[in-house]
Design a protein around this ligand. Structure first.
Ligand SMILES: [Zn+2]
Length: 323
């Protein structure tokens, strides 16, 4: 045991390897399925070829290698050897200063990215809601209208603040957002399918088997019912953890018409919750930071297995699923 631990602690990974691992795990757990992801990537390359010289000049080429525009190495050399990581849900200048203060941190991993492509990831929602039973044209029109609204609302944000701080402190910064959300989505989806819940309280019982939700409950922000009652029958269940951000509130009417009885989500805004209630849909909210922690942990476990030290911060409830 001691010799094994010693040999593990000598290992390192490069930033590129850590990033590639996120993309691989994200694709493997993508709710759209591997075939659809590959088809869409192929189409992205064809669209790029058709672009004008000027459009190509400003195109972020990484978008051709990676299906998630919200997952990227923001700062640092891909070849840098990493031994110690500070990982958190929201990373801003205070967390980067913390990394500097702790010392020895080579790389900072953020769950939430602060950058302008979140609306592009929302394309995932079109195929996802189509798979939930909504006709593709309706899923597409509603999602496109909503993603343009998200684009307009995120444009004025300060996208460079954390990036500038990381550069000044000589820290590498990586945020594989959708990869981690896909991992949490896949984990919960499989667990629910395996356990065949009949009532809403059965879903809560399933969630409460997960350590992150147990800890969140102890701390006052565990899973809860936002629409419906614990004695309601579940009907058709969907998990809505992936796709960049919440869907348009217009989606709830369509989901209800498509026969969806219950949605298990990370979070929901009040206007969307009212829509779900209006259309008789049960909503179970697993919890935002606990669910983000679950996805992040599934990814970090694969890194830590390589002997790399992980320091959790900023809302990350670190739970390991390996010995
Ligand atoms: Zn989140």
């Amino acid at each position: 045991m001691t010799s094994k631990t010693n040999s593990m602690t000598t290992k390192t990974m490069t930033t590129q390897q850590i990033y590639d691992l996120a993309i691989k795990m994200g694709i493997e757990s993508d709710p759209r399925g591997l075939k659809k992801v590959h088809e869409l990537m192929k189409r992205k390359k064809i669209q790029y070829e058709k672009m004008s010289k000027d459009e190509k000049k400003y195109y972020n080429m990484e978008k051709l290698n990676n299906p998630y525009p919200d997952a990227m190495i923001f700062v640092g050399s891909p070849d840098k050897k990493i031994k110690k990581i500070l990982a958190g849900i929201d990373i801003e200048t205070p967390e980067l200063l913390l990394a500097d203060r702790i010392g020895g941190v080579d790389l900072v991993i953020a769950h939430h990215p602060e950058w302008p492509y979140i609306h592009e990831v929302m394309d995932m929602q079109v195929d996802f809601y189509n798979q939930c039973g909504i006709p593709i044209n309706i899923a597409e029109w509603i999602t496109k209208e909503w993603s343009r609204e998200i684009e307009r609302s995120t444009k004025p944000l300060n996208h460079e603040r954390a990036i500038d701080a990381a550069k000044l402190l000589n820290l590498s910064l990586l945020a594989p957002h959708s990869c981690m959300d896909n991992l949490a989505h896949d984990y919960i989806d499989k667990l629910i399918k395996k356990n065949h819940p009949e009532y809403i309280e059965d879903i809560l019982d399933i969630l409460m088997e997960i350590s992150e939700y147990q800890i969140a409950t102890e701390n006052g922000y565990g899973p809860s019912i936002f629409s419906g009652d614990k004695n309601n029958r579940v009907g058709k269940i969907i998990v809505e953890f992936a796709g960049g951000t919440s869907p348009s509130l217009k989606m709830y009417e369509k989901l209800s018409q498509a026969g969806v009885g219950t949605s298990v989500s990370m979070h929901i805004k009040e206007d969307a919750r009212k829509e779900a209630e209006k259309y008789n849909m049960n909503i179970v909210i697993a919890g935002h930071y606990a669910s983000d922690s679950l996805g992040t942990n599934l990814y970090l476990d694969e890194i830590e297995k390589n002997g790399i030290e992980i320091v959790p911060c900023s809302g990350l409830i670190r739970v390991k699923r390996f010995k």
